[in-house]
Design a protein around this ligand. Structure first.
Ligand code: ZN
Length: 241
């Protein structure tokens, strides 16, 4: 079992110009290593070894692993340590089910209220994605998230916007996006669907806008789910719940 982290050993403790607490940086380092696939599913993470690899004490590592377990990225195993979770079908299902419901509502509340400036920004975001469509290593999670947040920018329901923000913050979304964009055809389809959504937002046809938004999320769910099944190696244990 090998562990590889984004930062070389020891660098976390020495970045004095980063004012955030060490525990936060340790958490983000381990989280990013998991969501980027640098640490593979079913890798065992032991507190002492992670602490040594990152050049930090055990306390921030313990806190980071507890938080990652709470976020369902790792599972505590008997005898100590944690196992890195595979992306489960239920993870994909749960995220998209909530997005289909809440984003649809936010889209409905936003329709007809986009300013010319907001539409210009949305078109620029889609153009940016189109230019990067051939690059699987572009920051697809951020590009997609920024588009979806901008799409519902006119929504004035602060409780809804706050819940959607929290939903995007769940690290499992990064795993979902990585799975989704592993097929370049999905990127091209996503860009096309985003462009259609912007034009619908600029139109006077609320029904089309609502239908496109729902369809886009259903497509995203279906494609992510089938990509996950396709990539599952027969010999690797799955973690269906
Ligand atoms: Zn999208």
């Amino acid at each position: 079992m090998s562990m590889s982290f984004v930062r070389p050993a020891g660098s976390l403790a020495k970045t004095a110009q980063d004012p955030r607490p060490l525990a936060v940086r340790v958490y983000e380092s381990v989280r990013d290593s998991i969501v980027t696939g640098q640490i593979e599913p079913n890798t065992q993470l032991v507190q002492e070894q992670v602490a040594e690899a990152l050049g930090v004490s055990r306390t921030p590592v313990r806190d980071a692993l507890l938080r990652l377990a709470h976020e369902n990225l790792v599972t505590q195993i008997s005898g100590g340590g944690y196992l890195v979770n595979d992306l489960a079908e239920q993870d994909i299902h749960d995220i998209f089910e909530v997005r289909q419901s809440l984003e649809s509502l936010a889209v409905r509340l936003s329709f007809g209220h986009h300013t010319p400036g907001q539409l210009t920004l949305l078109r620029a975001l889609v153009d940016d994605m189109a230019e990067r469509a051939a690059d699987p290593n572009a920051p697809w999670f951020e590009l997609n998230r920024d588009f979806h947040i901008a799409l519902v920018a006119p929504c004035t329901n602060r409780a809804l916007i706050s819940i959607l923000g929290e939903l995007w913050n769940k690290p499992v979304n990064r795993l979902i996006t990585r799975q989704y964009v592993s097929d370049p055809q999905h990127i091209h389809r996503m860009v096309g669907e985003h462009r259609a959504l912007v034009e619908a937002a600029a139109s006077t046809d609320a029904d089309t806008m609502n239908a496109l938004a729902l369809e886009h999320l259903k497509e995203g769910y279906g494609e992510t789910s089938s990509e996950r099944r396709r990539l599952l190696k027969p010999e690797s244990p799955t973690q269906e719940k």
